[in-house]
Design a protein around this ligand. Structure first.
Ligand code: BGC
Length: 779
């Protein structure tokens, strides 16, 4: 019977109909029924490996229609199906800035990294950034932005943490949802990635994540769930890794049961580039589109269809999801890109966003903001002159410029010590030239190494301390795709960096002058060993192309810092709960790294892998502050921490519970200090923890006030839905709320020992029964 159907189906191409069904005009089913086998394969497999027609041609693996875009889908002109274009990424659109045959440039705005976005704790601001990114996506003729990425920052060494939002699922989920809303408000799509559990780069395409459903659902899937339910991304991208033995792109329980049936996702699912192994399993699991697409994948699928090893219902189900996506795209709807986004307006957006994501860690004796008598500054650390805008890999952006710290300070009216500046400007090019060049086939993929810090002579330092009003030291750390961060040189400061902080503070303090450290870093670093020395420490993160201006605005006191840490800063790497279950990049030789990258290429060329790695999530739900607060492990700076130039007074929180157990908190916040500023209100809940294993506290809601003038106040309201108190019960496969007294705490951060606390009694209940998922290998 099935064979007969196939014969009929194969015969269709020979019939040339006068009137072809057209996508958008005719029902989708009619368009699907009119497709030949080749056309179906054209749609399911991206155009990377298929250079069959002019319309589908690509450059290498990237899009021909928009140069530098990561990929494109094939067109089927006779059925009214256009190509559509997909491009990265999380900190702005990644396309090629220059094209042959034209002098016009196609630069995109480099916005702050995702970690800056979550540090703002401000959904409205993130929505505005998303709207500006989406505007560039549309103006440059791209249909889907391959972002945002919302994997949990499980371990500070993950090289791609800068592309992710938080160690906490609620903060990550809410900020992700705001970003998707903003981008999609332009009528372009997003791809929520990397679904799921892509928490390390080392051997990423060979990594098998072992863990239990509770950990997965409560921590790692939660941000995806929140984003899917609240902001409806057009597409989802599966991740490279396996979960309990099966690639995520081949797990029907993840892609069909959880994503579609439980969460109601009705968009398109695509692979990460070359991700997964068996095209047929991917199709069956509900991974609609294979990117960027290879001829071997096309052939595997063709054979499976012809042999009856995959049903046509599955193929057509996936085609339908792809066509429904295409109908929404600007290209399908006749939009013609003008390649002219308002880059000046977006420069202002990125400048303001970076300001709001900066976190003030220390400010002894009000060293910041600079008072009006501080005019002359000496800038130390080579990244003061070569400021880092973002991370590397697909999360990078081809920007037109980066405002360095010294340029930002000059724009802000400060003068910069020219003799120190000259030394650095002489040193930097030579030091860069001396850095060993990455070798071999994968050179471009190896993580970028920064030059060592310059040695400063005592006389240089003494002169600088005499001639200037204060010193600014920048510590720079970057990371990127394909590799994790070194503990020795990236998480910890190098000896040269510590010596620089020590020497500069010693001489400047002798002159009674302040020293400010700016952390131009991709993520968490060690601070305990050196932080007592400087007067103030400000994290600028990797703040995008306007970074220097944004920092200068904070130093000069144009804005008060209002960023809060979206992850814990532990005292030492040894304290990190997943340290024993995370690859140590310092023990991985360049050869091993290259081999792990070869794993990536084997998928391209042979579809097979070697050296499967296993990462066991022994830390369970105890990720980040859930661990430190429950096990009473001291940290350097807790999750949610951040200082302000002003101070806020909280009124007594009013907590109400409705008949369904939903909690509502209202609290008044007043600016009691001497300058305008914004405050982040954080609400944590402590569950009874008698019948269930529960962390000491969990973030259950947050809000950011508007910019409050001196003396001004605002009443914020935070809702905690009853369902959000539930934990996942692995034994009975359900979400369940425990009965008992819940402490509701309005706290300054996760470690605040004097939160404003109220209690409510909640009746226990099962809030949702689900099918067993993600437990074993799927065959
Ligand atoms: C990355 C994705 C990215 C894709 C396309 C992959 O290597 O993991 O995040 O979207 O490439 O550039």
């Amino acid at each position: 019977m099935f064979k007969t159907l196939i014969i009929t189906f194969l015969a269709i191409p020979t019939l040339v109909c006068a009137q072809q069904p057209q996508l958008g005009k005719d029902p989708i089913e009619k368009v699907i029924n009119a497709m030949t086998l080749d056309e179906k394969l054209d749609l399911l497999i991206g155009s990377g490996g298929n250079v069959k027609t002019e319309a589908s041609a690509t450059i290498g693996n990237s899009s021909a229609l928009v140069q530098g875009a990561a990929g494109q889908l094939n067109a089927i002109p006779r059925l009214g199906i256009p190509n559509t274009v997909l491009a990265d990424g999380p900190a702005g659109l990644r396309i090629q800035p220059k094209r042959n045959g034209t002098d016009k440039t196609f630069y995109c705005t480099h916005f702050p990294i995702e970690t800056v976005m979550s540090s703002t704790w401000n959904s409205n601001l993130v929505r505005a950034v998303g709207a500006a990114i989406g505007d560039e996506v549309k103006h440059y003729g791209v249909d889907v932005l391959l972002a945002p990425a919302t994997n949990i920052q499980r371990n500070p060494l993950n090289g791609r943490n800068f592309e992710y939002y938080s160690e906490d699922p609620l903060l990550a989920g809410k900020i992700t949802a705001a970003m998707i809303d903003g981008v999609q408000s332009n009528g372009v799509g997003t791809s929520l990635k990397h679904f799921a559990l892509n928490n390390q780069e080392t051997n990423r395409t060979n990594n098998n994540v072992i863990g239990n459903p509770r950990t997965f659902r409560e921590i790692y899937l939660k941000p995806f769930e929140i984003a899917v339910k609240e902001s409806h991304p057009w597409t989802v991208m599966t991740s490279y890794n396996k979960i309990n033995g099966t690639y995520t792109s081949e797990r029907a329980d993840l892609l069909t049961e959880i994503l579609r049936h439980e969460w109601g996702f009705n968009g398109m699912v695509m692979t990460d580039w070359y991700g997964g192994q068996h095209t047929t399993m991917q199709m069956e699991a509900g991974n609609d589109l294979i990117m960027p697409g290879k001829l071997s994948q096309r052939e595997e699928l063709r054979k499976a269809i012809l042999n009856g090893n995959i049903s046509m219902e599955i193929i057509d189900r996936n085609i339908k999801n792809i066509l429904e996506y295409i109908i929404k795209t600007p290209r399908f709807n006749g939009y013609v890109a003008d390649n002219n986004p308002d880059l000046d307006a977006h420069a202002q957006v990125t400048r303001n966003a970076a300001i709001e994501g900066m976190v003030l860690l220390k400010d002894d004796n009000k060293a910041l903001p600079f008072t009006s008598n501080i005019k002359k500054l000496a800038a130390f650390g080579f990244t003061s002159y070569d400021f880092i805008a973002g991370g590397t890999g697909s999360g990078d952006v081809n920007h037109a410029y980066v405002v360095s710290l010294i340029d930002g300070l000059k724009n802000g009216g400060f003068s910069i010590d020219s003799s120190i500046k000259d030394s650095y400007e002489k040193y930097i090019p030579g030091a860069k030239a001396k850095m060993p060049k990455p070798q071999g086939q994968f050179a471009a993929f190896l993580p970028k190494k920064l030059i060592p810090e310059m040695e400063l002579s005592n006389s240089e330092l003494i002169n600088a301390a005499k001639n200037n009003d204060a010193a600014v030291i920048t510590i720079g750390k970057t990371s990127g795709e394909f590799g994790d961060r070194s503990i020795k040189t990236n998480f910890n400061l190098t000896d040269a960096e510590k010596k620089m902080i020590n020497d500069v503070t010693t001489v400047f303090h002798k002159e009674g002058k302040k020293v400010i450290v700016i952390l131009n870093v991709c993520g968490v670093i060690e601070t305990r060993s050196w932080i007592s020395k400087p007067d103030a420490v400000l994290i600028s993160w990797l703040p995008g192309q306007e970074g220097g201006n944004s920092v200068a605005d904070i130093l000069a006191g144009k804005e008060s810092p209002s960023g809060r840490l979206p992850m814990t800063w532990p005292v030492s790497y040894n304290d990190v709960p997943s340290k024993n279950d995370f690859p140590n990049p310092d023990e991985i030789s360049d050869d091993d790294l290259t081999n792990s990258l070869k794993g990536f290429s084997e998928i391209r060329t042979q579809g097979s892998r070697k050296n499967f790695d296993i990462t066991t999530y022994n830390d369970g739900i105890y990720v980040g502050y859930r661990y430190y607060t429950t096990k009473n492990v001291p940290v350097s700076f807790p999750f949610g921490y951040g200082l302000s130039y002003t101070s806020f007074e909280y009124g007594k929180p009013i907590v109400n519970k409705d008949n369904n157990g939903n909690i509502n908190i209202t609290v008044n916040v007043k600016n009691k200090g001497k300058m305008a500023g914004k405050e982040v209100v954080q609400v944590y809940v402590s569950a009874p923890g008698k019948d269930m294993d529960k962390p000491a506290r969990e973030l259950k809601g947050f809000a950011k006030t508007k910019r409050l003038a001196v003396g001004e106040s605002e009443t914020v309201t935070i809702n905690i839905p009853y369902e959000s108190l539930a934990s996942f019960n692995d034994q009975s496969n359900c979400w369940q709320v425990e009965s008992g007294i819940y402490k509701v705490m309005v706290a300054k951060n996760a470690a605040d020992m004097k939160p404003l606390t109220t209690t409510v009694y909640e009746e226990g209940k099962i809030t949702q029964n689900v099918r067993p998922c993600l437990v074993a290998e799927q065959k």
